[in-house]
Design a protein around this ligand. Structure first.
Ligand SMILES: Cc1cc2nc3c(=O)[nH]c(=O)nc-3n(C[C@H](O)[C@H](O)[C@H](O)COP(=O)(O)OP(=O)(O)OC[C@H]3O[C@@H](n4cnc5c(N)ncnc54)[C@H](O)[C@@H]3O)c2cc1C
Length: 367
């Protein structure tokens, strides 16, 4: 079937939808107001795991496993290659109090069938010599990897371009006009666009595109600040996770990515000394070699977090051809493949392999 789909947003979710739609033969146009990965996707740590650092909602578990496997399955076909680093994730506790906080991760990850390990301080130091001597306990999750998000974003898009699709940069969507259960036009700063289907993947800006349709989706921007260090020789292929959602990962390029707390400050993208100080104190106490590295770049991104911590995926009530794919919060890269696949199934097959009811936008309509 040759469909005609407009995807609004050139982040990881929009391009993942374009990728899976193109695999099913659809011709896709992506409309991006700025440039590829200019939103949350360009700031992400891009850690992909079957389980996050904390319980995954039951409804999301099948998608979590599916997404993880899909990304590994497509590894050979991604163009450009996505610079995968498959070293697992090590959650480190630097005090007895922190050990109490991370011990439950072991049971949670184990319950998902992952062969994880729990270690005391001495074992953890032997396992990962970058950790400081005072490490108290660690949990190792081998089912975790990280990638270069810019390359995954481009690779997803390239599938769509190879399938006859296109991307329009500098095109800002102002309005989506619907009527009689169809999308009549997408109004932009560069004229009108027409498509049989429209997918709204505008990240934290998604609510403003849907409000005129009577749909108030409670997705808000959640700022994460990031420090990128200078490149250095390979030191570890593991993601090193600390409490309070802090993580360090060394990219293939050799730079360490250090992030990130969660702040609800609207779209304020300032980098604050308060956070940089807190980060550097935690990181250098826990991973002392980081203290010797120069900070190269400091930036912030806005995770699109939905009030109920579930993504919003599915048709807008009243217009079955207007599909939302947004609100993935801290895990948009992790869930990108299963989201793109589900959206492509909704549009091309009329049904999805996975149960998607829990993510429907209809949950925000007053009954
Ligand atoms: C610091 C940080 C660390 C993170 N770490 C991880 C991690 O380790 N693992 C993980 O899975 N996730 C992580 N995330 C979350 C993940 O990055 C996001 O969930 C994901 O990138 C969201 O993708 P998106 O495509 O929905 O949104 P975005 O990437 O924000 O893309 C939305 C796009 O829509 C465009 N747009 C918006 N409005 C319009 C309009 N009107 N017209 C045209 N275009 C428009 C924007 O310009 C933007 O490019 C992290 C996020 C941050 C900030």
């Amino acid at each position: 079937m040759n469909s005609d789909v407009i995807v609004i947003g050139g982040g990881i979710i929009g391009t993942a939808c374009a990728h899976f739609l193109a695999i099913k033969g659809a011709r896709v146009t992506v409309l991006e107001r700025d440039h590829l990965a200019c939103g949350a996707t360009g700031s992400t740590a891009a850690i992909i795991s079957i389980s996050g650092s904390g319980p995954t909602s039951e409804a999301l578990l099948p998608l979590s496993l599916e997404s993880y496997n899909l990304i590994l399955e497509h590894l050979q076909s991604f163009n450009p290659p996505i610079e995968i680093v498959q070293g697992g994730a090590l959650y480190a506790a630097m005090s007895d109090k922190e050990a109490t906080a991370i011990r439950p991760f072991y049971a949670e990850i184990h319950q998902l069938g992952v062969d994880c390990t729990i270690m005391d301080g001495a074992e953890a130091r032997r396992f990962e010599p970058l950790l400081a001597d005072h490490v108290a306990c660690a949990v190792f999750n081998p089912a975790s990897f990280h990638i270069n998000p810019f390359y995954l974003n481009s690779a997803y898009l390239n599938t769509a371009l190879r399938g006859g699709g296109r991307i329009e940069y500098g095109v800002e969507v102002k309005e989506i006009v619907t009527g009689s259960d169809r999308v009549q036009k997408v109004v932009t700063n560069r004229g009108d666009f027409q498509g049989d289907w429209v997918v709204v993947a505008g990240g934290a800006n998604t609510p403003e595109l849907l409000a005129p349709h009577g749909l108030q989706i409670p997705i808000v921007p959640a700022r994460g600040q990031v420090i990128l260090t200078e490149a250095c020789p390979p030191m570890t292929n593991r993601v090193l996770m600390l409490v309070d959602h802090l993580y360090a990962r060394q990219a293939v390029s050799g730079n360490f990515y250090l992030g990130s707390h969660t702040e609800f400050v609207g779209f304020d993208n300032r980098i604050t000394l308060e956070k940089l100080t807190a980060f550097t104190r935690s990181f250098t106490r826990s991973i002392p070699m980081l203290a010797r590295l120069r900070g190269l770049r400091f930036f912030a991104g806005f995770r699109p977090i939905c009030e109920d911590n579930l993504p919003v995926i599915g048709p807008v009530p009243g217009c079955s051809k207007l599909i939302v794919a947004s609100g993935h919060g801290r895990t948009g890269v992790r869930f990108s493949a299963s989201t793109g696949k589900a959206v492509s199934e909704m549009i091309i097959d009329g049904q999805t392999e996975q149960a998607m009811d829990a993510f429907s936008p209809a949950r925000f309509v007053d009954k």
